[in-house]
Write a protein that binds this ligand. Structure first.
Ligand SMILES: O=c1ccn([C@@H]2O[C@H](COP(=O)(O)OP(=O)(O)O[C@H]3O[C@H](CO)[C@@H](O)[C@H](O)[C@H]3O)[C@@H](O)[C@H]2O)c(=O)[nH]1
Length: 469
């Protein structure tokens, strides 16, 4: 959530719509408030992002960007995860209030990550407009906006209800493809219902999507079809919000390997910041890739250690079938740790992407016109996969057995990879065409007169206007 949100902030500054001073410097600055976990629980990556951004942000955008870390608090009880972040945010509310009230510059608006809607109480008390930044697709936003009403209509678990859920702007969504906490009304369910209702109090909702990618869902939200009878906050589609760093002088090993492969010949497999598989599933993937005959670049991670959601580096020799690396030498590469996904998707040798369907990965793939085969694992990824295949047509379908821990058998992976990559595959051809059109839509959106630039401009103008009242 952090990286795209920072990028949005920088883009808002860059849009220079809050009126330039005479010397040409913009009058708008950005302060990033971070609620911190105690050091014992902090991911080192986060500290690294803060350090890097704090050092480079102002320089690379030429604007005033500051970080303000709120004092670390004792952690609320994590049992079950339910409401954890909301309670965490409640603990930080007074710190956030003090920090915002104590800022030297006049505050135009506060933008809250969508997990932090609890802090809308603070912005209301301070008389400031509170916007919500939404990190996922408009389809997920539509579901969350509709969830408080849906919750009253459906007394049982959605899973038990079976059938499909009517989500305006999308084909009926099978209940079995709803995000896990919604489907089972389990851990975090109440928390999602809570956010869905609080979104309605926001001054506006900023969404990391592109108007042209999800037109029907966005229209349904704007028309009030998700929350009948109430005025929905303005939606600002500002995506794709991707931050690109200048590639390193010495290309990454994965990129150098891709340099030696023919155009659009490699299928890339990567499963986000938290995706990893149990050893039996790894064997199925290996068998499927081997039998498909296609070239592949596979980011293989090891299971997370106890207490952490993040995978470890994989021990490829231990996990892979005997002789696999030998047999696939030359046409396959297994990368056992974090990979430079953006640079890989940008490479001309990549022709398809087997992805967990996280929204950032999806946008990165579409930005480069790479068609996908989604393999959803958790969060809202099943819904994303449904939208990518059934609505946008930028992906081919892969059968994922959700009842058996999102299992994909070797034969099914082989079929899906062939479908995505074989030259003669009609389904693959269609997905490639749609992905190419999506690429054009993404690039147009952030071009001079594009929809995302226009939305950013409108947003910053609105903020400037409100702060001057
Ligand atoms: O080896 C890797 C693995 C991941 N990435 C990057 O990590 C990010 C992953 O983001 P995303 O695809 O959104 O997946 P998650 O990290 O799983 O993101 C969470 O947040 C997303 C946005 O809300 C949701 O869509 C997801 O379901 C949720 O799991 C992307 O920028 C990738 O390029 C790498 O660079 N190298």
């Amino acid at each position: 959530h952090l990286t795209p949100m920072l990028e949005v902030g920088k883009r808002m500054l860059r849009s220079r719509c809050c009126g330039d001073d005479d010397d040409g410097r913009p009058a708008m600055s950005l302060t990033v408030l971070l609620a911190q976990l105690p050091e014992s629980h902090r991911a080192p990556e986060i500290d690294e992002i803060i350090r890097r951004e704090a050092a480079g942000a102002s320089e690379d955008s030429g604007f005033d960007v500051r970080f303000h870390c709120l004092p670390a608090e004792e952690l609320p009880d994590f049992r079950g995860g339910e409401d954890f972040i909301s309670r965490f945010m409640q603990q930080h509310a007074s710190h956030a209030r003090e920090a915002i009230a104590g800022l030297e510059s006049r505050v135009a608006a506060v933008v809250l990550d969508w997990f932090c809607t609890t802090l809308l109480d603070v912005t209301r008390d301070l008389g400031l407009p509170g916007y919500v930044y939404f990190t996922s697709a408009a389809s997920m936003l539509a579901l969350l906006l509709r969830l408080p009403a849906l919750d009253k209509e459906v007394a049982v678990d959605f899973e038990e209800m079976g059938g499909a859920v009517d989500l305006p702007g999308l084909p009926p969504v099978p209940a079995a493809l709803l995000p896990t906490p919604v489907m089972k009304k389990g851990c975090n369910y109440e928390w999602l219902v809570y956010h869905g209702s609080r979104f309605m109090e926001a001054a506006g909702i900023i969404v990391n999507t592109v108007a042209e990618l999800e037109p029907a869902v966005l229209e349904a939200i704007a028309d009030g079809r998700c929350v009948p009878g109430r005025r929905v906050p303005a939606i600002y589609t500002v995506g794709p919000v991707l931050s690109f760093k200048t590639p390193p002088e010495k290309p990454h090993e994965c990129v150098r390997w891709l340099d030696a492969q023919p155009r659009a010949s490699v299928v890339f497999l990567c499963f986000g910041s938290m995706g990893s598989f149990a050893p039996p599933q790894v064997l199925e993937i290996a068998a499927g890739l081997e039998r498909s005959g296609h070239r592949f670049l596979w980011v293989l991670r090891g299971r997370p250690p106890a207490g952490s959601p993040y995978p470890t580096d994989a021990d490829a020799d231990e996990l892979l079938p005997e002789g696999f690396l030998e047999r696939t030498k030359g046409r396959g590469m297994v990368w056992p740790t974090w990979a430079p996904q953006k640079d890989i998707l940008a490479h001309a040798a990549v022709g398809g992407f087997v992805t967990h369907g996280g929204w950032n990965s999806t946008l990165e793939s579409l930005w480069h016109g790479v068609p996908m085969a989604p393999w959803p694992l958790y969060a809202e990824q099943h819904l994303n996969a449904f939208e990518l295949v059934r609505d946008m047509g930028v992906a081919v379908e892969m059968e994922v057995d959700r009842k058996r821990g999102n299992l994909v058998e070797a034969a099914e992976l082989e079929r899906a990879v062939r479908c995505l990559m074989d030259e003669g595959s009609e389904e693959g051809r269609m997905a490639r065409e749609k992905a190419a059109a999506a690429k054009a839509a993404c690039r147009n959106a952030v071009d001079g007169g594009g929809s995302s630039i226009a939305a950013l401009r409108k947003l910053t103008q609105e903020m400037a206007h409100m702060s001057s009242i």
